[in-house]
Design a binder for this molecule. Structure first.
Ligand code: UT7
Length: 340
């Protein structure tokens, strides 16, 4: 018998405040910066994004997504024995957003009259920017396969609105806030059943400067620029090739072919990158889950947000082969082949 890590529930959360492209046009006009709905839609596919309330942090967004994922899986916080949060916008320098999330889940469980929450289980963050959820899923899968965990919460949560430079129109219109989560549980079966079939993650730090937030905290002060910098065209060029290679790698490792892929759930950065990748993989557009129009680029949250939406609207069904793939700062990239 082989152990597989199966997705038994998904959940997501978008903050209430939704800003349309027209809202961004007005925001930027107040700074004498020009942009337009036409430019944003044509170049990126984005029509709106959500910004979290100033009092709300990544762990708050993650909490909402996790409660929904646990409910979908029919699990309670007390069942969880591992929490992995992918984020580049953590609540604090330390402790981890995962630890803060764990406590919020525990308090909510106790308030619901449950005997205990998730306290005591390991909880940690992974930082791979927009590939963060792929990294988190890969780590949790490995821990489940080795028997170190049986029921994991794997989360992507971001408040990128906090690190945007609203004087830079080439980046500030692209990103948004949100969270997505899955419950990943151990299951034993012969051969290929449902669960994560293959995962592959990569990094190459030589490209670190084309997508980064270079500031840091030292001596009680922020040193350097703490806002996001991106050479969009350079990222675009690299992204398509790396996503193609990672996707093919994960499919092959799973012993499948691209014809076996029912759905591609790519990182939601730009509709043109998603379409170019799908074309290279010879996957028709109707097999690609796209949600970028609704929430922009939410970095580590974007893949689980898209996955949850497609599970809930009934497109992604049990038994189907779903290819998740991401690329982001680092440079990092990777893909996960999962049978639902
Ligand atoms: O999540 C991690 C991965 N990130 C990504 O995948 C992002 C990858 N990159 C991209 O998605 C695209 O490169 C962008 C959407 C960022 C930019 O699209 P592009 O087609 O590569 O445009 P560009 O940067 O080459 O700029 C074209 C023009 C420039 O004007 P000129 O020099 O041709 O006169 C820009 O100044 O568009 C201008 N421009 C804008 N115009 C109106 C740039 N931003 C804006 C804007 N509104 N917001």
């Amino acid at each position: 018998m082989k152990v597989y890590a199966r997705i038994t529930g998904t959940g997501s959360y978008l903050p209430e405040q939704r800003l349309t492209n027209q809202d961004m046009v007005e925001r930027l006009a107040a700074r004498n910066i020009e942009t337009s709905d036409d430019w944003i839609v044509e170049r990126t596919g984005i029509r709106s994004r959500h910004f979290a309330h100033p009092d709300s942090s990544s762990s708050d967004l993650a909490f909402q997504a996790c409660r929904r994922a646990l409910a979908a899986a029919g699990r309670k916080a007390a069942d969880v024995d591992l929490i992995v949060v992918a984020t580049s916008t953590p609540d604090m320098v330390f402790p981890s957003t995962a630890s803060i999330l764990q406590h919020k889940l525990t308090l909510a469980a106790l308030a619901d009259g449950e005997e205990r929450g998730a306290a005591g289980c390991p909880a940690f963050d992974v930082q791979a920017v927009c590939t963060g959820f792929i990294y988190a899923l890969t780590v949790a899968d490995a821990m489940i396969k080795t028997g170190a965990a049986r029921c994991a919460l794997v989360v992507g949560a971001e408040v990128f609105s906090r690190i945007l430079d609203f004087n830079d129109r080439t980046t500030c219109v692209l990103f948004g806030d949100g969270a997505g989560a899955v419950v990943l549980e151990a299951t034993e079966h012969e051969g290929h059943g449902s669960g994560i079939l293959a995962a592959e993650i990569h990094a190459d730090g030589k490209h670190r400067e084309i997508l980064c937030t270079p500031g840091t905290v030292s001596g009680g002060q922020v040193l350097g620029d703490p806002t996001l910098k991106m050479d969009g065209p350079a990222v675009f060029k690299l992204a398509v090739g790396l996503l193609d290679a990672a996707a093919r790698g994960a499919v092959e490792k799973a012993g499948l072919t691209l014809d076996d892929v029912d759905w591609l759930v790519p990182h939601q950065a730009n509709i043109r990158i998603m379409q170019s990748t799908a074309k290279k993989l010879k996957l028709t557009d109707d097999r690609v889950i796209v949600t970028v129009h609704d929430h922009g680029n939410t970095s580590a949250a974007s893949i689980p947000l898209a996955l949850d939406q497609a599970v809930h609207d009934g497109r992604i069904q049990q038994g189907q082969n779903v290819l998740l793939e991401g690329v982001g700062g680092g440079f990092t990239w990777g893909a996960v082949m999962v049978r639902m």
